[in-house]
Design a protein around this ligand. Structure first.
Ligand SMILES: Cc1ncc(COP(=O)(O)O)c(C=O)c1O
Length: 460
């Protein structure tokens, strides 16, 4: 079996066309790619088509796909019902800038499925959804600060860019004015006492925002009792609770994590699956908060007492059509059940690979997601006996595996034909098959063996 340093050149050799396109990209695309997570050396993936649970790059290398359009494709690539819905909508025009029946039908479906969705406002992405939800919370409460949790990802706008990746406390990006920090409070999740203390002390908090899966779609898991407690504390303090269900929405259940855990947030952010693989997102929530969008005809009210929100492509026909096609299937419960079963199977099979080779690490995840953690902390490795559970909920560990390991892991998986969602985990769809899991497990085992040989990961 080739070692990982050889794999880098083999990888490049089998990606000649991708390399040529990457050269062109380097001359035209800022940062050489279109999204920070797509950046990958020696060559990023350059995909030409996808079908079901697989996709192919322009060099014809095939991948079992656990990225699934960054989590947007619950029904897999090129699902015929989705394509048909888009094509039918397209025949009537791609974009009006006006409202239209599909927009309203789409909102009705979201309202029916998501427990907190008394009213719906569409946007174009998850980032826009969290931006707008925070503005609504500030407008409704008349307060300014946002409480967020270490490691939780809420998109890339200023208010949420700090503290989603270690080292927490360091800025998440250049270019964010220092006063953003003045309006942002960050805590580790899981500690209700700390939240209560903070809200007792800080009287200017408009909202608490959280990924109800735990940070980064469950890479750092949390207990649902924390969400329950958060609901109680925020209610007591008149602070808005925002669930960022950009990934969990229509994935953890038809009504998202809020339905799975039976907890009603004030506002919810949706994107990805909501738009059926097309660009789109939504903010949904309590009628009295969402009424801040309403016009009354009173000029003073309409100019000064509303939340202002524009957006050329809000609720655009092709996204609405795709969203409706997918949400109708989500409503049956079948796609989620299928995706969950396959993910369970994958977690079990990959876990067995780690056990078989006595690897210090574990596989975990909820619903149709999976994550891998490899233990590399020499102190912990030295102290851990085989019977001791390696599990941790420390975001600095779970989101802080050595970058070199993460890159090699990703390179090996891709070389052998598997593409993950982010560095270490992925999502499954309703169309992943038993064969996909079997093939992906073989790839995972080859990857683990090479990483062991290279001394990148450790045995117990
Ligand atoms: C939980 C969560 N919130 C917000 C976002 C941002 O969504 P978008 O990439 O559509 O802007 C993401 C993206 O992955 C996400 O996972």
């Amino acid at each position: 079996m080739p070692k990982s340093h050889d794999i880098s050149s083999l990888y490049r050799t089998s990606r000649q066309k991708s390399t040529d396109w990457y050269k062109r990209a380097s001359d035209v695309l800022a940062g050489k790619v279109g999204h920070d997570l797509r950046y990958f050396e020696p060559v990023p993936l350059c995909i030409k088509h996808g079908l079901g649970a697989r996709k192919w790059d322009i060099d014809n290398n095939e991948y079992i796909d656990f990225l699934m359009g960054n989590g947007a494709l619950l029904l897999g690539h090129s699902h015929k019902d989705v394509l048909q819905a888009i094509t039918q909508a397209m025949d009537r025009g791609t974009h009006f800038g006006n409202d239209h029946p599909l927009h309203i039908e789409w909102a009705e479906l979201v309202q029916r499925l998501v427990p907190s969705a008394e009213r719906v406002r569409f946007v174009n992405s998850g980032t826009e959804a969290t931006l707008l939800a925070i503005r609504l919370a500030r407008a409704f409460t008349g307060k300014n600060k946002l409480l967020r949790f270490e490691g939780h990802f809420h998109g890339w706008h200023d208010a949420v860019i700090h503290d989603f990746q270690p080292p927490f406390g360091a800025d998440g990006s250049l270019g964010v004015p220092p006063n953003v920090r003045e309006n942002t409070l960050t805590l580790p999740d899981g500690d209700l006492e700390a939240v209560a203390k903070m809200l007792d002390h800080e009287k200017d908090v408009a909202a608490v925002i959280i990924e109800p899966s735990g940070a980064s779609w469950g890479r750092v898991p949390i207990e649902s009792v924390f969400l329950d407690g958060l609901r109680n504390i925020t209610e007591q303090h008149g602070v808005m609770l925002i669930f960022d269900e950009v990934i969990t929405g229509f994935r953890f259940s038809a009504g998202g994590a809020q339905e799975l855990y039976n907890i009603l947030p004030d506002l919810t952010c949706l994107a990805k699956i909501v738009a059926g693989g097309m660009p789109g997102g939504a903010v949904v929530g309590r009628d009295d908060i969402m009424a801040l969008f309403d016009h009354t005809g009173d000029s003073k009210h309409d100019r000064f007492e509303r939340v202002t929100h524009f957006g050329t492509f809000n609720g655009t026909p092709l996204s609405a059509a795709a969203g409706i096609a997918v949400l109708q299937q989500v409503a049956t419960g079948t796609p989620i059940k299928k995706a969950n079963l396959k993910a369970q199977k994958l977690r079990t099979s990959w876990g067995k690979v780690l056990q078989k080779h006595n690897v210090a690490g574990y596989v975990y995840g909820c619903c149709s997601t999976f994550h891998i953690y490899f233990e590399t902390d020499q102190d912990r490795l030295g102290n851990i006996s085989k019977s001791v559970d390696l599990r941790t909920t420390d975001p600095k560990r779970l989101k802080g595996m050595p970058i070199q390991l993460v890159n090699q892991y990703q390179l090996l998986l891709r070389y052998h034909g598997v593409d993950n969602m982010s560095s270490t985990g992925g999502v499954l769809s309703a169309v992943h098959t038993g064969q996909d899991i079997k093939d992906a497990t073989e790839v995972f085992e080859k990857t683990v063996l090479t990483l062991l040989e290279e001394g990148q990961i450790y045995t117990l």
